[in-house]
Design a protein around this ligand. Sequence first.
Ligand code: IPM
Ligand code: MG
Length: 369
Amino acid sequence: MPSQKTLTLLPGDGIGHEVMAEAKKILFWLNAQGDTNITIHEDVIGGTAYDQHGEPLTDATLAVCRQSDAILLGAVGGTQWQNVAYDKRPEAGLLKLRKELGLYANLRPAIVFDELIDASTLKPEIVKGLDILIVRELTGGVYFGTPRGIEDLGGGERRGINTQVYTTSEIKRVGRVAFELARKRKGKVTSCEKANVMESGKLWREDISALHHAEFNDVTLEHMYADNCAMQLLRNPSQFDVIVTDNLFGDILSDEAAMLTGSLGMLPSASLGAPGTPGLYEPVHGSAPDIAGQNKANPMATLLSLAMCFRFSLEMPSIADHLEQAVKNILAAGIRTGDIMAPGCTLVSTSGMGDAVIAELSKQYMKAA
Ligand code: IPM
Ligand code: MG
């Protein structure tokens, strides 16, 4: 009997509902095979939670998340909430979840699948075989620093303030995650900041260097200014293995790295905290209000996030392997949602893609039996 695990599903807003429905279908299927014993809770976050409860993340939902082994999230946000106060906006629910659970390390892989090489706006020879992992600090920096706010200076003049702040322990704990992951990959870490203009960047560089010297001398460490990193990602992305950076630069650089792959609909992420903390898994893409409710969205990023969840939080790496293999086989068979459609391929809907994944999993299970 597989060990009992608890997973909370937070579909969120927009296409979050549709992509999550496919993840749920696969979870039910896995449970039915007797390979997993996962108790599923479903709850609301983001604009959907705001509409129901007046809060983008209620304490009750947070408590359910805390008691889970892991959380799978769809996406939050939508134009209908753009005039809601900052602390009640859909995004605030996600930030609260990250902060409250202490999910300080955000892993965002950018992988170019051979079958999707033409989806990139970059030349195929530049992105072929691309496999970068961005480790973004997620609970500090300018996203949470104080003082913050908008001050009235009188006479129609106002001042907007945010604070970039990092401590040594915040820098080292995320640095440690990056070095450890690099050890299992190509053994290189590029650390990005703006040490040339920011004290917090200077501290970042010094602390990462000290950590490297003390514990990770076997890994190659390179420092790079964040603006240069943005440029190098376009010029020669294969020079990178693991990139570690702060919350704001990580937000920007991970969108850029994601787009190198040409298929935002394929990219998963994991947000991890101290051992024993439930991990949060979510697709990198947003709620895509323009295609919401049309059964068009690509559920692959969510299903690959679920695979990361099996690997990092549920301790079932073989199921992660099966899911990832299913995705590769489907791409090889030319089955595509609209966002990655190419001439000669077969167009499927969101639910069609979920069915294709189950069909692939069945084949793999039959082979193993
Ligand atoms: C992301 C998103 C979020 C962020 C938003 C939705 C708050 O852009 O996860 O990258 O800025 O962190
Ligand atoms: Mg972002």
